[in-house]
Design a protein around this ligand. Structure first.
Ligand code: TYM
Length: 334
């Protein structure tokens, strides 16, 4: 709590091409919540190196992601937008929390299992302890709420367990955070296989809508989306492809899935898919235009990076010093 405002923390990896899932499941909610909370939005570049990255490409993507946060409508004067690697307290707290995390807990993480299957040649210790770094991100800022998509829930549960474990040993050090999961769009599925989530690392480019896709590509991907032969636009688990498109349409238009069902009652899949494509274009085109505009203002972005890292660091170090004292590290001479 800062004054009477509750604290919000969230982050996104600067890896690969961001998808519509990242936008509808996370970024869109960040913007809505940013008036209500004291917000920290991090570009979690330290997380990105759990998978091998091209250094120049990572730097470029990190900056593009930070720019995207602003383009999406987060005001860097009010909310703190910064690179995780610019605040060393993240790594320092992650080390301490590592010493309070059990191997068994990390072994259960489904993302670790998925990612190690995908990158069998590079199952590094960072990939294994990544959820602990994520816990450090959140706990450093004493966040009350963490808006994420459904796929991050398991990591958030671990964060809560770690906070409670530490508090039980040392007194009230950490705020125990709650997840914020949006009503629609919290799990956008692949357009080609609706049993899998839409993911930036999918090998099939038709499976995901990327935030920087041009309008024709978006329309084409929606048109090709896998559905079924039921020929009815209903929001139900038996029709996962259609359900996913209803989710996308609803999240883009601000309608509820029930309203969307009603709107397309008796209509064909062709017409529906076209409408989904248009709804996505109407959200992404203005966003892309704002990104391009902002990218031109190099000085402005540089200033945001400089000022916000300082603001984030000042808060983070307070929690870090408290934790260091609790675990018994010697005091620093003044
Ligand atoms: P990341 O970078 O994979 O994803 C960023 C956000 O996008 C959400 N998301 C989705 N939502 C709906 N449908 C989808 N198909 C979809 N794909 C991704 C994710 O749930 C996430 O909210 N470990 C995190 C980043 C992180 C973080 C944190 C998040 C690091 N520290 C602290 C919150 C708080 C990650 O890899 O997300």
């Amino acid at each position: 709590m800062i004054g009477d405002r509750r604290i919000l923390f969230s982050g996104m990896q600067a890896t690969g091409n961001l998808t519509l899932g990242n936008y509808l499941g996370a970024l869109k909610n960040w913007v809505t919540l940013s008036d209500e909370y004291e917000c920290y939005y991090s570009v979690v570049d330290m997380h990105s190196i759990t998978i091998r990255q091209d250094p120049a490409e990572l730097r470029k993507r990190a900056r593009a992601l930070l720019t995207l946060y602003i383009a999406a409508g987060i005001d860097p004067e009010k909310s703190i937008i910064y690179y995780q690697s610019h605040v060393s307290a993240h790594a320092e707290l992650a080390w301490i929390l590592n010493c309070f995390t059990y191997m068994g807990e990390l072994n259960r993480m489904t993302q670790f299992k998925d990612k190690s299957a995908k990158h069998a040649d590079n199952i590094n210790a960072g990939l294994f302890t990544y959820p602990v770094l994520m816990a450090a991100d959140i706990l450093l800022y004493q966040a009350d709420v963490v808006p994420v998509g459904v796929d991050q829930m398991q990591h958030l549960e671990l964060t809560r367990d770690l906070a409670q474990r530490f508090n039980a040993l040392y007194g009230d050090v950490f705020t125990v955070p709650e997840a914020y999961i949006g009503k629609v769009g919290a799990k956008i599925m692949s357009l080609q296989d609706p049993s899998k989530k839409m993911s930036k690392s999918d090998e099939n480019p038709n499976a995901s809508i990327y935030l920087m896709d041009d309008p024709d590509t978006i329309r084409r991907k929606c048109k090709r989306a896998v559905t079924d032969s039921e020929a009815q636009i209903r929001y139900r688990d038996e029709q996962p492809g259609v359900k996913n498109l209803i989710d996308i349409y609803s999240a883009c238009t601000g309608k509820t899935p029930a309203e969307t069902e009603k709107e397309f009652e008796g209509k064909g899949y062709g017409e529906f898919k076209e409408a989904v494509g248009e709804a996505v274009v109407s959200v992404l085109s203005p966003l892309q235009a704002r990104v391009k505009e902002l990218e031109k203002d190099k000085e402005y972005i540089d200033r945001v990076i400089r000022n916000n890292a300082e603001r984030a660091g000042a808060t983070a170090v307070k929690t870090l010093r408290k934790v260091q004292k609790k675990v018994g590290f010697p005091e620093r001479p003044r």
